[in-house]
Design a protein around this ligand. Structure first.
Ligand code: ADP
Ligand code: ZN
Ligand code: ZN
Length: 734
């Protein structure tokens, strides 16, 4: 028994904000260390818990004995354990859920932390001598043989899955003939055979950014790399990573959900002759565990991943790079609501390494930190390699005749660019055919039965779908109120825009890129390939188009509707709109062809929009920060949002009123309580929702309240009847 205490303190994935005490078996704790998993009895079942430490005393009435220990060594290094503890405190989220959500799911389930490698198939010499065409009576075998001929280095089972259904029986037939071979390989992206040492000479701004970053290696510091799209930020990342690798350290690169494109991975693979681990939501559980372990054990020199990869342990951390730091997908919006950007900064501090935040449109929070001198501000103001900036202009659509959301001026501009052999990109952040279906006879509108929202019409499938709860039904052929048949779609989504464009430009190749057209595996890539092949001249899409993809042939970008962003209840709406316009504009004219961006709006004189167009994002951000300061909104104050929802419409507000009283009783100075009020969309997915906002001028005040307050709420009777959650630094105010 260690003299530091008798009881084992464990984190267990439950919604309770506390740890749990257990007794060791036979006082045999010699080999136990924090960070190891133990199987423990919990209620009537058993759970996998993680050892946090030892305690002298316990408040458990009858502590139970732990079960078997699952790890011979701690699963997580102390730095990550400290990070998770910090995140649990900061986001006021239960430690058990925080720790276990940071683990690959096989480890959550108690599987051993072992690498098994991935199933790969490759052709044997004997197979290479076969002619697939001869297998006329076994077309599946022939197809597989052809596939493996194209990939002499072999293919992973999951890659084959993407390309062919039900391939295993045929593959096993080929294996019996010894034409193909099954192998287990590490779940790492191995270097390409042809590593290119062709690297462009850095321009002056890139050089000075890199010099500053170089001196930052080996200790904590935050830098913002603020550079327009195409200014060569990625090139700077690559140079910095080269130095990190030369120091024998690992690099962690975080990208937004949609930013993790094959093009980006290829760029990394072509540059570095090292194994890389890629962590994203498309991996199988086994692949994820293998990649995670390769990162932890130091076998992956570069680790690239989306949001949750910020918690991936590294044996020799050297740098964290977060690309598109403003992107909303870095914020987890349910369960354990954390910001991967803010966690990355904290992690870098704990591990004493630098962190680099990159963006063409930095968030106001990050810009504020840079201005305060907390972050180094590195600017890349010019597009790399002579590409010119696009030209932005508004199209005033007031009183203009519109065709499915398109003004005549925009259609004419499209004609001009298409005639000059340009590609045109039309951007509309609304999926489906129309956001509203209206009865022209009586005014009835198709509404969601579970939300305070209109149903979106999807004309292709003749269905109505709610974007808030996902419920669906066939589109009504007649009005359920008056039986009239004059049902009319109102407003336009991408589907309708595409239909209108097909009749306006009947002989022009076009694609639509949104969640509906890219649902199938590989569909996105196929659409992008068709764009780059050149016969597609018009692209229509949602914000999926604004991220990560480059369209060098695009000379005109049309923003079909930005008005929602100008007058929203959410104080971040203008910031997001400006980021979106700038990001979408960045897709145009990257090469030698200058781009033009036309923005349709009913509010051409909106001051922030005007500023953005005349002087660019930096000037916009400056003015927007001033507005925030005057309104005492983040980053000049700190927010937390307590949300509650229940089927019984009375309960959420009652619970929040009580929560407010509990908070007032704690008498923490410096925290203002605003509300409770009904949520902007009061009913969603059949539940009624309300919220209470906490605002403080000092972060410490807010956190002084949160800890004890949530302990009280957890034991509150009313709190058990509603579903409630706390969101620290909320990004969405509903
Ligand atoms: P960003 O990440 O800021 O969008 P990239 O690093 O992708 O910019 O650079 C845009 C393009 O310019 C890429 O094709 C890249 O290879 C090229 N590039 C970057 N830096 C230079 C440079 N110093 N000289 C010439 N071309 C460059
Ligand atoms: Zn009607
Ligand atoms: Zn709904």
């Amino acid at each position: 028994m260690p003299d530091c205490g008798f009881f084992l303190q464990l984190a267990i994935p439950t919604p309770l904000r506390r740890s749990f005490d257990y007794l060791p078996v036979d006082a045999d704790t010699a080999g136990l260390m924090p960070g190891m998993r133990l199987r423990v009895p919990f209620g009537r079942t058993s759970q996998v818990g993680m050892l946090l430490g030892w305690r002298q005393t316990t408040d458990a009435a009858r502590p139970r004995e732990v079960g078997e220990c699952l790890d011979p060594l701690p699963l997580l290094p102390t730095g990550i354990m400290a990070l998770l503890q910090w995140a649990s405190d900061y986001y006021a989220h239960p430690i058990g859920e925080v720790i276990f959500s940071a683990l690959p799911s096989l480890l959550r389930q108690g599987e051993p932390a072992e690498r098994r490698g991935m199933e790969h198939w490759r052709m044997t010499c004997c197979g290479a001598m076969q002619v697939p065409g001869q297998l006329t009576r076994a077309p599946r075998q022939a197809a597989l043989l052809r596939l493996l001929t194209e990939h002499p280095e072999g293919l992973s089972a999951s890659a084959i899955n993407d390309l062919q259904d039900n391939w295993r029986p045929a593959m096993h037939k080929l294996a019996e003939k010894e034409w193909v071979l099954r192998e287990q390989r590490p779940a790492l992206l191995l270097p390409e055979s042809g590593i290119s040492d062709e690297t462009p000479a850095l321009n002056a701004e890139q050089q000075s950014a890199l010099a500053s970053l170089t001196t930052g290696l080996g200790h904590f510091g935050v830098s913002l790399l603020d550079g327009v799209t195409g200014s060569g930020k990625t090139e700077v990342y690559l140079r910095l990573i080269a130095q990190v690798l030369a120091r024998g350290e690992q690099a962690l690169v975080l990208v937004p959900e949609i930013g993790l494109t094959p093009q980006l991975l290829d760029r990394f693979r072509c540059r570095f002759p090292v194994p890389m681990a890629v962590l994203h939501s498309g991996l199988s559980d086994r692949e994820r565990l293998d990649a995670w372990l390769a990162a932890r054990d130091g076998d992956a020199a570069i680790v690239i991943g989306t949001r949750s990869a910020v918690f991936t342990p590294l044996a020799r951390p050297g740098v964290i790079i977060l690309d598109e730091e403003h992107d909303a997908s870095f914020k987890q919006q349910d369960g354990f609501r954390y910001s991967a950007r803010d966690v990355a900064v904290k992690r870098a501090q704990l591990e004493n390494i630098p962190v680099l935040l990159g963006s063409a449109t930095p968030s106001l929070e990050t810009l504020h930190n840079a201005r305060q001198g907390r972050y180094a501000h590195l600017l890349l103001s010019e597009r790399a390699g002579n590409a010119r900036h696009p030209e932005l202009a508004v199209l005033d659509v007031r009183k203009q005749p519109m065709n499915s959301g398109l003004s005549l001026a925009l259609v004419n501009a499209m004609r001009r660019h298409l005639d000059a052999d340009g590609q045109v990109l039309l951007f509309l952040n609304r999926r489906g055919y129309a956001p509203t279906l209206l009865c022209h006879d009586c005014g009835w509108v198709a509404k969601c039965r579970r939300c305070d929202a209109h149903m979106t019409l999807f004309a292709g499938q003749k269905r109505l779908r709610c974007h808030h709860c996902g419920s669906e039904r066939p589109a009504d052929p007649a009005c359920p109120e008056c039986r009239g048949t004059e049902l009319r779609p109102v407003g336009a989504g991408t589907e309708r825009l595409e239909e209108a464009l097909q009749s306006l430009f009947p002989d022009t190749g076009m694609v639509r890129i949104d969640r509906d057209t890219t649902r199938r595996k590989g569909a996105m890539q196929a659409l992008l390939d068709s764009v780059h092949a050149g016969h597609v001249r018009i692209l229509v899409g949602t914000q999926m188009l604004a991220k990560g993809h480059h369209f060098p042939e695009v000379t005109l970008v049309g923003m079909v509707d930005v008005d929602q962003g100008l007058f929203s209840a959410d104080f971040r709406a203008t910031e997001r709109m400006a980021q979106l316009i700038t990001q979408v504009a960045g897709r145009a004219g990257r090469a030698e062809r200058p781009g033009q961006v036309l923005i349709q709006t009913h509010h051409p004189d909106h001051p922030l929009l005007q500023l953005l167009l005349r002087e660019g994002y930096a000037a916009f951000a400056c003015a927007a920060l001033e507005e925030r300061q005057q309104a005492n909104l983040p980053p000049f104050s700190y927010l937390a949002l307590l949300r509650a929802e229940a089927v019984d419409g009375e309960l959420p507000l009652r619970f929040l009123r009580q929560a407010r009283e509990l908070a007032e009783a704690l008498q923490v100075h410096g925290v203002q309580l605003l509300g409770p009020i009904p949520a902007p969309m009061e009913r969603r997915a059949g539940r009624v929702r309300a919220q209470l906002l906490l605002q403080a001028n000092r972060r410490a005040d807010l956190h002084r309240l949160l800890g004890p307050w949530l302990q009280k709420l957890e034991t509150d009777k009313l709190g058990r009847k509603v579903r409630w959650s706390i969101d620290v630094d909320p990004q969405e105010m509903f």
